[in-house]
Ligand binder design. Structure first.
Ligand code: COS
Length: 384
């Protein structure tokens, strides 16, 4: 649903200008230094990007899902590290509070997240629990008016920057599955919480992940999301359904960018006396990439519209993320191929983007987990 087309067009235009004039020119330096310049962070705050999908009553822009994917189609053309910076505040870091938080929790955290004054992070994955998220072992033991958290979370996006974490932990020690899991809001300065060294990743330099360690970390009972034990896994899954749709939109955006770069290179590069774009085998790679990215874009918009209609889009979000991330990998590979030797050296962005986009097939649900989700949902629906 688009509430007002002119307002959305203005926002997308502003973001596109930011991408073209500030973000893409800064990409190489961000990759080199592993840091996003403070002036760019300030500009992203000024534009309201940290609060894109946080409701207006809490100071955000309150975009609908269809509006959000349109903004992601624009923002996602820049290197993924820029999107990652605002991603957790809009997505997995804040959505648990937005969807299931108490009015007090929303009032306390959402305004600071919307302005970017506070960074939120989502802590689900652990050393022994990734795709099998429900087997997580971090414990939250009730002790008077607090829960005591013990455990380690792994690969946590924006952990080095975060001021607050939404943490999934097991409150019912008698369980080993989804039923005993609760979600907590944990401030970074809580005694017993520490952050590991930033991970050395294959790509997406400028976006940081690290372990988050809880060692007898006392969290007030008031910080359990929704005020209720045992529903944290469902909160996490709902958050991921929305997140997967956003990631699918980002995959479309960066695929379109890589394809545009490949086309520009193919028009400029001459071999056998003519631009390589004139060769049909190059055209085949361009055409397949165009068709597949267009298909992914259409899926994302359709799923976003369905979500805005209030429908359950668990299946569609998984389909969109599965197809768009796999498509993005194929487009990245073809774009390197079209660039030839120039695609393998770092003078062109494609060498870096090829590494950056590899993550999309892994995080917020691997392609294999998404296949399982889709298949299970199909069987469930058929049996209804
Ligand atoms: N929305 C709401 N509730 C959901 C849900 C969703 N999308 N998916 C599952 N649930 C509910 C189920 O209905 C079930 O509740 P009931 O017992 O009341 O019926 C409960 O959650 C447990 O679900 P399920 O039995 O399907 O859990 P499983 O342990 O079998 O695991 C998968 C489900 C594998 C799908 C889940 O662990 C998963 O998505 N893993 C990937 C995790 C991930 O994406 N990690 C990335 C980390 S963030 S970068």
């Amino acid at each position: 649903m688009i509430r007002d087309q002119a307002t959305l067009d203005a926002l997308v235009e502003t973001v596109s200008r930011l991408v073209a004039e500030r973000l893409i020119p800064a990409e190489a330096a961000v990759a080199e230094t592993d840091e996003i310049p403070p002036a760019i962070i300030a500009e992203m705050k000024r534009l309201g990007l940290f609060g894109l999908s946080i409701p207006e009553e809490y100071g955000g822009l309150g975009v609908t899902m269809e509006e959000e994917v349109n903004v992601a189609f624009a923002l996602g053309r820049a290197a993924p590290a820029f999107r990652s910076l605002i991603a957790t505040n809009n997505g997995i870091g804040s959505q648990g509070i937005i969807m299931d938080g108490t009015p007090e929790q929303k009032a306390k955290y959402l305004p600071a997240l919307a302005s970017g004054e506070m960074i939120a992070s989502f802590a689900l994955t652990e050393p022994e629990s990734g795709s099998d998220a429900a087997s997580l072992r971090t414990r939250a033991t009730r002790d008077g008016d607090a829960y005591v958290l013990n455990g380690t979370k792994r690969f946590i996006t924006n952990a080095p920057e975060a001021d607050v974490f939404t943490v999934m932990a097991r409150t019912d020690a008698a369980t080993t599955d989804a039923r005993g899991i609760s979600a907590f809001i944990v401030g970074r300065d809580t005694p017993g919480l520490s952050i590991g060294k930033p991970d050395r990743k294959m790509g997406q330099r400028g976006a940081h992940t690290a372990d988050v360690i809880f060692d007898n970390c006392r969290v007030p009972c008031a910080n359990i999301i929704g005020g209720r034990e045992g529903v944290g896994f469902k909160t996490a899954m709902k958050v991921l359904d929305k997140g997967r749709l956003h990631i699918a939109a980002v995959c479309v955006a960066i695929a379109e960018r890589m394809l545009a770069d490949a086309l520009a290179y193919a028009l400029e590069r001459k071999q056998f006396g003519q631009p390589i774009a004139e060769f049909q085998l190059i055209q085949a790679m361009l055409a397949d990439s165009k068709a597949e990215s267009y298909a992914a874009r259409s899926m994302v918009v359709d799923a976003a519209r369905r979500r805005d209609e209030g429908r359950d889009v668990g299946t569609e979000a998984a389909c969109a993320k599965l197809f768009a991330s796999e498509m993005c990998g194929r487009v990245a590979d073809r774009a390197v191929q079209i660039h030839g030797g120039a695609g393998y050296v770092s003078d062109y962005a494609i060498e870096r983007l090829y590494r950056d986009v590899r993550l999309f097939r892994i995080f917020e649900g691997t392609s294999q987990i998404l296949q399982l989700v889709i298949g299970r949902n199909m069987i469930r629906d058929a049996r209804r």
